[in-house]
Design a protein around this ligand. Structure first.
Ligand code: GLU
Length: 315
């Protein structure tokens, strides 16, 4: 067997094993502060891997379309980093972990209204306020376009998810006003939160997520379309943010166990990127206390260990 064929067999087996390992696990609970998320069947489980060459492996419910939620913070960060550069992102939002939950108001208070991380809600709302565009619709279109180019197919807004979020997002609206009062929201705050809420309400599959991650793994070139979506200089900064804050208060544990930059969402999706190689994704709605998918994490842990992807490994 050629090296390529044998790598392909190994990856296929790792994805299948990760799925079988995670499938029987219980625990966790669907997010219910967004009513739509509580209604998604809890027994769904999908696992996918996409390599930088565009090879796709998948198992289980890997084609089920679920709400992207917080994972949307990565495409919007990519868009804004491209537009204003990593240094302005650092100055205007911050690039450090907060050590506090994703929707923490205390984190804002502790840093005089500066969000500190683009991957918590406050920082993501601030990031959305920095998306270039003549008006709200143009900015929203740019975000949807970035999600689509990273996934390699047209991503769509779910009116049902969006409606469910827009009618319950009072906490995020409060965060947006706090940001604005501190000078950390760079557009009308209700417009920023509206765009942010829409970006969380698109539907993706585990394969879409892994393709988005594979685009980052490949230095910004989408392996399925061949399009350069993000410039190579920006990618390491995005991955650094994912490593530090991508899994909320579970980011340290994820680095400890999986050893890869990742991003999760309260819809049950979770993504990990092995720079220069591939991306792994999992989807399963029940979440742990940090807000991360219990079975998604288990699948990613399994695949990272069997494929020896841990970035801190020295073997
Ligand atoms: N739309 C959700 C919120 O803003 C996303 C949160 C998440 O996935 O962490 O609360």
């Amino acid at each position: 067997m050629s090296t390529k064929a044998s790598q392909s067999t190994t990856l296929k087996a790792a994805v299948e094993t990760a799925y079988e390992h995670a499938k029987p696990l219980g625990g966790g609970k669907n997010a219910d502060y967004i009513p739509y998320l509580a209604s998604v069947p809890s027994d769904l489980l999908g696992v996918a891997a996409v390599t930088r060459e565009g090879e796709v492996h998948q198992a289980g419910d890997s084609q089920y379309a679920f709400a992207i939620e917080s994972i949307s913070k990565v495409p919007t960060l990519a868009l804004v980093m491209e537009a204003i550069g990593p240094e302005k992102v650092r100055a205007q939002i911050g690039v450090d972990p907060t050590g506090l939950p994703f929707d923490s108001v205390m984190a804002l208070e502790l840093h005089r209204g500066k969000p500190v991380s683009p991957l918590v809600n406050a920082g993501a709302i601030a990031t959305a306020s920095l998306v270039p565009g003549a008006n709200a619709e143009a900015r929203w279109k740019a975000i949807l376009d970035m999600q689509s180019r990273l996934a390699g197919r047209q991503i769509e807004l779910s009116d049902e998810v969006n409606q469910s979020e827009q009618t319950t997002n009072f906490h995020n609206r409060a965060i947006a006003w706090l940001l604005y009062s501190a000078g950390s929201c760079y557009s009308d705050p209700m417009e920023a939160v509206d765009i942010y809420t829409r970006q969380c309400s698109t539907l993706v599959t585990a394969v879409d997520l892994a393709t988005m991650g594979a685009t980052l793994a490949a230095g910004g070139v989408n392996p399925t379309t061949g399009e350069r979506v993000v410039s190579a200089e920006v990618v390491p900064h995005i991955l650094a943010e994912m490593m530090m804050e991508g899994l909320y208060t579970g980011s340290g544990t994820f680095a400890y166990e999986v050893g890869l930059p990742g991003k999760s969402g309260v819809g049950g999706g979770v993504l990990a990127v092995s720079p220069g190689r591939l991306a792994l994704s999992g989807f399963s709605p029940p979440l742990d206390g940090d807000g991360n998918s219990v079975r998604g994490l288990a699948a990613l842990r399994s695949a990272s260990v069997s494929l020896r992807l841990d970035l801190f490994g020295t073997a």
